[in-house]
Design a protein around this ligand. Structure first.
Ligand SMILES: Nc1ncnc2c1ncn2[C@@H]1O[C@H](COP(=O)(O)OP(=O)(O)OP(=O)(O)O)[C@@H](O)[C@H]1O
Length: 581
């Protein structure tokens, strides 16, 4: 972090004599080049110190060596935390201290101008100055310093006269400056002048972000993004959690820091236009939730399972028709009620998810479809949204535009604790997804310019910072689903009992049920007998009597084993070597 004062200004008087003028110009030039001249300055001070010690205290050579050793150790150990130096920078700083201290020690004993001291000094200065001169971060810092030195004029041009640069920090992706505003000035004013700020700072278009600093209304942060970490898709490298009690990593902010958000006992909303990356975001979430041994995931996908089917082997239950969706939400409410009752009886406030008592997360892709096709499901979802947090029965919904109508005039939207907005078409859609007044407060999701980019509002993220979600390619989804399928928990006794009470005549499918073997045999036979174009899922469900989730899980396993193949979406048959048309 660098503190910024007002740069000394060059005052030239028309009546100035040549001598003072020349001195002023030279001093000004030296001041502006102080960073580049740093090695020469250190070299000069080293000679001066060596000469002084040699004349006054030549016996100090040994203590100087010891002090140098201590200084080297301090730089190496504390340079990272105290000076925010990277490892390479710390090594460099320690080397400079070691060489300078050693030279002074020898010079004090042998004299700084006796051979080979001058030659050593010249060679050392050159060798150690080269990395300094070429160091990218230093050069950026100098450039930033010079740019920000012009802030008094810039602030005047953008109507923020009197505001001051308080500090600036250069990072991997650009730099950010904290600005102290003058009396009565607001961050909102600066947000409206971003194009002017970009022009004044000489950045590319779209490089400047203005962010409020929540705890101080008279401060703001200006971020200049010189290298965009979001320029390319960022591949997902695997789940960041094994428990829903840990924050899940959804992507990366513009400054390269990860977007971590806790989904524990919270509902989530993913909104944005078609193609903006909502399903991509859900995939990241699914990749993490299915890795959690204390979380059961149910899926609702009325686009006939297109988005959630690849995860079928990890979903305890999946609804792809309005009727199934209504049943699923009704059952979730039954679980919620039973858990709430259990908590009350035990005098507990919240459900703590564990592998034996998992959280239940219901992920719904394109929620708006429910209002048209399954209105009863909406009423149940409304109940879950209002009461589901404490018993850990949670909703995560994706929708293009969460208007009152598409949300079924329910309280669902207002109950969402985590709001993720991908690109929207109109400003007012920002307020629909993120909340009233958010666009005015700087949450400009209408300016997001690539799929997967989002703004997130949640208890831990309350300022608008652009992020980009990780991208899961199809084969990554397949591998993750395969890896996580074996580690899925089952519903706890309280929830199972609740389901049995809802369906007294339909005992819930148990993993060890007696006819599982017959069902499997029926599945293999149906796949064997399937025509070349494959047999549809509805026929397979009828032929096997399996639940939809079990059927998907078995089909995924058979596909992995090379025994079954999908001829096109939703149609299956045995692979050629096993096929018996
Ligand atoms: N995080 C990401 N990084 C890079 N590209 C992405 C990312 N997320 C999505 N995309 C790209 O954008 C395309 C559309 O994304 P996605 O299907 O997630 O959008 P959507 O909002 O769910 O659309 P729809 O509402 O039509 O389902 C994807 O095929 C993918 O190529």
């Amino acid at each position: 972090m660098r503190r910024y004062g007002v740069e000394p200004m060059l005052m030239i008087d028309a009546n100035m004599q040549f001598g003072p003028l020349a001195v002023t110009l030279i001093v000004s030039w030296l001041w502006r080049r102080r960073s580049e001249l740093g090695p020469l300055l250190i070299s000069g001070l080293t000679v001066l110190t060596g000469a002084t010690v040699h004349v006054t205290r030549p016996e100090w050579a040994q203590p100087i060596i010891v002090t140098t050793g201590v200084a080297v150790a301090l730089v190496a150990m504390l340079g990272g935390t105290a000076l925010r130096l990277r490892v390479s920078e710390r090594v460099y700083a320690a080397l400079v201290v070691a060489c300078t201290g050693s030279w002074i020690a020898f010079a004090s004993a042998h004299g700084p101008f006796n051979s080979p001291m001058p030659a050593l000094l010249a060679a050392g200065t050159l060798v150690l100055a080269l990395p300094w001169w070429v160091h990218r971060r230093r050069r950026t810092r100098v450039r930033v310093e010079r740019t920000l030195a012009a802030w008094p004029e810039i602030s005047h041009a953008i109507g923020l006269t009197g505001s001051r640069v308080q500090s600036a920090f250069v990072d991997l992706w650009g730099y950010r400056a904290r600005i102290g505003l003058a009396r009565g000035q607001t961050v909102e004013h600066a947000m409206g002048r971003i194009p002017e700020i970009e022009s004044a700072l000489g950045t590319r278009r779209g490089a400047v972000r203005v962010q409020p600093i929540p705890e101080r209304a008279n401060r703001m942060e200006i971020r200049v993004i010189e290298t965009d970490p979001h320029a390319d898709a960022i591949g997902w490298t695997g789940p960041s959690v094994t428990s829903i009690t840990d924050p899940i990593e959804l992507g990366v902010f513009e400054d390269g820091t990860p977007v971590r958000v806790s989904f524990l006992r919270r509902h989530g909303l993913f909104g944005g236009v078609s193609g903006s990356g909502k399903s991509g975001g859900q995939n990241v979430l699914l990749g993490n939730l299915t890795a959690c041994a204390d979380t059961i995931v149910w899926g609702v996908d009325l686009k006939r399972g297109m988005e959630l089917l690849p995860w079928a082997s990890c979903l305890d239950r999946i609804a792809t028709t309005p009727r199934e969706a209504e049943a699923l939400f009704r059952d979730a409410v039954a679980i919620l009620d039973a858990r709430a009752e259990t908590l009350a009886m035990q005098g507990l406030r919240v459900w703590e998810p564990t592998p034996d008592a998992p959280a239940l997360v219901i992920i719904t892709d394109e929620y708006a479809e429910l209002s048209d096709e399954a209105p009863v499901a909406l009423a149940h979802a409304d109940s879950i949204a209002r009461r589901g947090r404490a018993p850990a029965v949670q909703l995560v919904i994706a929708t293009q535009r969460p208007s009152q109508k598409t949300m079924g005039n329910s309280a669902v939207r207002s109950q969402m604790d985590i709001r993720v907005s991908y690109r929207v078409r109109e400003r007012r859609d920002v307020d629909l997804i993120l909340g009233q007044g958010m666009h005015k407060a700087g949450w400009h999701a209408d300016k997001l310019d690539a799929p997967g980019k989002f703004l997130i509002s949640s208890p831990e993220h309350d300022i608008p910072r652009r992020a980009r979600g990780y991208l899961l390619e199809d084969d990554t989804v397949q591998r993750a689903a395969q890896r996580h399928a074996d580690r899925r928990p089952t519903l706890d006794e309280v929830s199972r009992q609740a389901l049995n009470n809802v369906h007294p005549d339909e005992p819930r499918e148990q993993p060890n049920r007696k006819n599982a073997h017959d069902a499997d045999a029926a599945l293999l036979a149906a796949l064997d007998d399937a025509p070349d174009e494959g047999i549809g899922l509805a026929d397979l469900l009828r032929a096997t009597g399996m639940s939809r989730a079990t059927l998907y899980r078995r089909l995924a396993q058979l596909e992995d084993e090379g025994r079954a193949q999908q001829t096109r979406r939703g149609r299956w048959r045995a692979t050629d070597s096993n096929h018996n048309p």
